[in-house]
Design a protein around this ligand. Structure first.
Ligand SMILES: [Zn+2]
Length: 251
């Protein structure tokens, strides 16, 4: 499981790798980031780790435990890239899949769905893949049909990263609620889970693959809002979360 200190280590390697590339190629760097002044850049593993912590904080609340959550994670088979390729990674299919899921899962649950997903790059079988994790809940008599709608949509284009469907709080999570896609630089090893990448050249390459973007754009929600900096359930809320603070995290 990634923590903030590991993310800081990765960020150092990424800055090193990018400054090497800067000398050779065009200008690439990530804004400075540190305690109290996050950069919010989506390439920054520290900000990814903070956003991940903010999401985890929500799932640890009593309010979240009142719901039964369906949770799945998968890679998109056709959205992958060879190691050594530093070009922009195409996340279009991942984003489209997520907006389709919100629509289909929502209509299967008569619009009562609460949905949260993140996506990012994941190393698997020596390739870089687009990976997605989502958690959703709906009234208990609609959760199965919501899950069914998601499965139908995912179909053959994806490969699961977990065995079966997990349900929270009933399911076994082993290490936390979130799959750690937001910090952005992990390798998936079979069904054993995630390993932290510490190869400087690969980290730099993956930062280039991501390209400049705001970290909050990799969190896709439906039915959530921010209240005093915390993520809370807000049925019917379709606007994305405008995250501008990570106060109280990173410890
Ligand atoms: Zn940052």
């Amino acid at each position: 499981m990634m923590d903030y200190a590991m993310a800081e280590g990765q960020r150092m390697f990424i800055d090193e790798a990018l400054s090497g590339r800067k000398r050779r190629h065009s200008e690439v760097s990530i804004p400075e980031c540190g305690d109290g002044s996050p950069c919010f850049d989506g390439r920054c593993p520290m900000c990814g780790s903070d956003l991940d912590a903010l999401v985890s904080q929500f799932f640890a609340t009593e309010a979240a435990s009142r719901y039964r959550w369906c949770r799945e994670a998968f890679v998109i088979n056709e959205q992958c890239q060879e190691i050594g390729d530093g070009s922009a990674f195409d996340f279009d299919l991942a984003r489209r899949l997520l907006s389709d899921m919100i629509e289909k899962v929502g209509s299967a649950a008569n619009g009562n769905v609460i949905f949260l997903a993140s996506y990012g790059l994941l190393m698997k079988d020596a390739q870089k893949y687009a990976a997605i994790e989502y958690l959703c809940t709906a009234p208990s008599n609609q959760l199965t049909s919501a899950r069914g709608a998601a499965a139908l949509l995912l179909g053959a284009t994806t490969a699961p990263l977990m065995e079966g469907t997990n349900f929270v709080p009933d399911g076994e999570f082993g290490g936390g609620f979130v799959f750690n896609l937001l910090p952005g630089y992990n390798e998936h090893d079979g069904f054993r889970g995630l390993e932290y990448i510490d190869d400087e050249a690969l980290l730099g390459e993956m930062a280039l693959n991501y390209g400049a973007h705001q970290i909050s754009t990799r969190l896709v929600t439906n039915g959530f809002k921010l209240k005093r900096g915390q993520i809370v359930i807000a049925p019917g809320e379709v606007r994305p979360l405008l995250i501008t603070s990570f106060d109280g995290l990173s410890e």
